[in-house]
Design a protein around this ligand. Structure first.
Ligand code: GLC
Length: 744
């Protein structure tokens, strides 16, 4: 439980007001205000913070009308609640600001004042149930001008530093709390498998173990003991359950075509990690699994997430995602009951909350949604509200408002920027640069906080320009230089000549979010960048490229012209961290969270799929006596035949003229656990074109698939499945030979 704060006095007054409990039994679709005279009452059990949360929930549930309960399951967009008193009238349990939600003037105090006004509406209801306010604080309190903007998740994945990421979660929680908001729709625990996806930068990486390792941010947001376990605790959201990063062709909100074994192996582990850390909410994915929308998938939501994983928080839909279930615009009674019965506890409506409330009410009245489902959803939601301490302290803790954009948080963000830089190339040790060097800086993203921050910054899609206070890469370079007058900046490279020691080109992508960032065609640099780079190349000056992008880009053709390449990802407001690496104040330690394509035709390209990447997953150079090579990657263990025994059984899951898809199940037939396995078979005239859950090598007409880093251990009698797609006929496949490794 959170320690008392200055709000205690105000809260006590509100508790007295709330103690005026009415026993209104409204029956209309629109709850009326107290139907009977309020009766004064001492604080009721649910208002007694000394009682166990479960007892408080039970007591409160017993006092709630159906309208109260349906209101708790309703989340509305702040700007759509007109009049604001509808929060009171319709007992709305939650308010959100979507990506474009804002206040005017946009600063922390205005946000806090706005939150408090909305909350007063909520606690002015007969039962005084506080609302919970959600926002996408995905890399800082990124809707608030002046907030610290941290690197997006793809950069945090490159740090390989879960402890740092937890500290970032804590800093974000403080800034978010200072604006009143109690709930962030973060972290995205998506495993991005196709870089075409417009949300690749919201992913910590392409492997489940890297993404799982960064679930420490949940403890940062909530506190290590779960929701409400520390002051300024904000509810975290594991999203988007499940398979959002695994859709075919990386299409946002598309179809994830995987077997259950593959879905479990690649996309489930991060959610298990978050659930084990007590994540308070889970947001469902718009996408489908083998053609079935996740928002209506009872097995995935209720049986797997709530049952098998034991998730005790509440499930929230995505923005108007219920509307998509029948493929038509708007939502119907069938869609509402399908989503609620699948296990959705709170619906992000977000606009027509009155229609949603009346629709769900009717679906309960006609028996399509059981009261037990309504009560379960309320129990989950109310439990988190009690744990967060919202009943005792419903209003903004203004003690945290001053942390928004604080020097301490910006220092932390700068450390994150340093650790996220991945040095991909450094010919002749051109880096680190000398601070006394005469430098020419160019590129559209050198002096642009908006480009450096990407989507979900001050607006949903983000935008180029000076959108919020911060230090650009150019600003960082000038601040670090011995004499800033020796640093010239011209966006397009005009004016460069051979007098410069080096040119630094800061290029890449302009902001985008979600499907608007899907790249279905080329994935190279834009024309402006290419023209700028051509000018720099023509000068003969060594070119250092700093790539500001939300994903790997197709740059193999240009790479020979660059002496050095640093992947900066989307660093946010603290561009000084990039300069720290360029000048060697920090030796680069970043490692690729994504395999880097040699060509866009290779997408999807991931660790272990046997494709010839430009830079492999985990690649990252540092500074040393020269350019020290990447430490030799640990080779996938070649199982020692006989050390462990296994069998491999192939099952053709799909075939078409000229190709087929197959699952291969490896079974540990020995008596001791395997620590690695390999299955190999004759290819004949076939070629394997894609592999998942395994690491492919081919030689001498045979294909060998070994375990990945995350599925090598196999208990005696256990099985694991990998899959592949191949050109050629599925007829006459030989049974793969299997060998296993045991021991360390
Ligand atoms: C968006 C996103 C989701 C976000 C929600 C609220 O469509 O899919 O990540 O949390 O809506 O903004």
């Amino acid at each position: 439980m959170r320690p008392p704060t200055r709000r205690g006095r105000l809260t006590a007054a509100l508790s007295v007001a709330a103690a005026l409990i009415t026993l209104a039994g409204s029956t209309s679709a629109q709850p009326s205000v107290a139907a009977e005279a309020p009766v004064a009452a001492a604080a009721l059990p649910y208002q007694d913070a000394s009682l166990p949360v479960a007892d408080r929930v039970n007591d409160l549930l017993g006092r709630m009308t159906l309208d109260d309960k349906i209101g708790q399951m309703t989340q509305a967009d702040k700007d759509s609640i007109v009049p604001q008193s509808d929060i009171n009238t319709y007992r709305l349990g939650s308010v959100l600001s979507g990506g474009d939600g804002t206040v005017s003037p946009n600063n922390a105090t205005t946000w806090a004042d706005t939150y408090d006004a909305l909350q007063r509406q909520a606690i002015g209801t007969p039962l005084a149930i506080p609302m919970i306010y959600g926002i996408d604080a995905v890399h800082g309190a990124n809707a608030v001008r002046g907030a610290t903007i941290f690197p997006h998740n793809i950069g945090l994945g490159a740090t390989r530093d879960p402890a740092l990421v937890q500290r970032i979660g804590r800093a974000v929680a403080e800034e978010v709390s200072g604006t009143g908001v109690d709930w962030t729709f973060a972290p995205c625990l998506c495993v991005a498998r196709n870089d075409r996806w417009g949300r690749t930068y919201e992913s910590f990486g392409e492997t489940p173990e890297l993404v799982s390792s960064m679930s420490t941010i949940v403890d940062g947001f909530q506190g290590a003991g779960g929701a409400g376990s520390t002051a300024a605790s904000v509810l975290a959201t594991a999203k988007h359950y499940i398979g959002d990063g695994g859709t075919t062709n990386g299409t946002d909100q598309g179809n994830t075509q995987l077997t259950e074994a593959e879905l479990r192996a690649v996309h489930l582990p991060p959610f298990k990690s978050a659930v084990d850390r007590g994540v308070g909410s889970v947001m469902l994915s718009y996408s489908s699994w083998n053609g079935v929308k996740v928002h209506g998938h009872k097995f995935l939501v209720t049986d797997l997430l709530k049952g098998e994983l034991g998730f005790k928080g509440f499930v929230v839909s995505d923005w108007a995602a219920v509307d998509q279930l029948d493929g038509q615009t708007g939502f119907t009674a069938d869609e509402v009951s399908k989503a609620i019965n699948a296990g959705v506890d709170m619906v992000m409506v977000p606009y027509d909350y009155k229609k949603f409330i009346s629709t769900l009410r009717a679906e309960v009245d006609n028996g399509h949604v059981a009261m037990s489902r309504i009560d379960d959803a309320n129990r989950r939601i109310l439990t988190k509200k009690f744990e967060l301490g919202l009943f005792e302290k419903p209003l903004t803790d203004r003690a945290y408002t001053s942390t928004v954009g604080s020097a301490e948080h910006r220092t932390l963000a700068r450390q994150a920027v340093r650790e996220s830089q991945v040095l991909l190339k450094n010919d002749g040790g051109v880096l680190p640069l000398a601070k006394s060097a005469k430098l020419f800086v160019a590129g559209k993203s050198a002096d642009d906080i908006g480009n450096m921050s990407g989507g979900w910054t001050m607006s949903w899609q983000g935008r180029s320009g000076a959108i919020t206070p911060g230090t650009t890469v150019l600003g960082g370079i000038r601040a670090a230089a011995t004499d800033s007058s020796r640093v010239t900046y011209e966006r397009y490279g005009n004016g460069i000549d051979s007098s410069y020691t080096a040119a630094v080109a800061v290029v890449g992508e302009t902001p985008y979010a979600e499907g608007k960032g899907d790249r279905t065609g080329a994935m190279g640099l834009d024309q402006e960048d290419l023209q700028t780079l051509a000018k720099l190349k023509a000068s003969g000056v060594p070119v250092v490229v700093v790539l500001v992008s939300g994903r790997p880009l197709d740059i193999a053709a240009q790479l020979p012209d660059w002496k050095a390449l640093v992947a900066a990802w989307l660093p946010g407001t603290e561009g000084g961290g990039v300069a720290d690496v360029l000048f060697g104040d920090y030796k680069p330690t970043g490692k690729l969270p994504m395999t880097w394509m040699r060509s866009v035709s290779q997408q999807p390209i991931n660790q272990g799929d046997g494709k010839d990447a430009l830079f492999p997953y985990g690649h990252g150079l540092t500074y040393g006596t020269g350019t020290e090579p990447d430490p030799t990657p640990t080779p996938t263990p070649t199982p020692t035949p006989g050390a462990g025994s296994c069998t491999a059984t192939t099952k053709v899951t799909n075939s078409w003229s000229g190709g087929y898809q197959a699952d291969v199940t490896v079974r540990n037939t020995g008596t001791v656990a395997l620590t690695g396995w390999a299955a190999s078979w004759d290819l004949g005239n076939r070629t394997v074109t894609n592999v998942w859950n395994g690491t492919l090598t081919t030689s001498g007409g045979r294909a060998t698939v070994r375990n990945t880093q995350w599925n090598g251990s196999l208990a005696a009698g256990g099985t694991v499945t990998f899959g592949y797609t191949a050109n050629g006929s599925a007829d006459g496949l030989t049974v793969p030979a299997c060998s296993g490794t045991t021991g360390a």
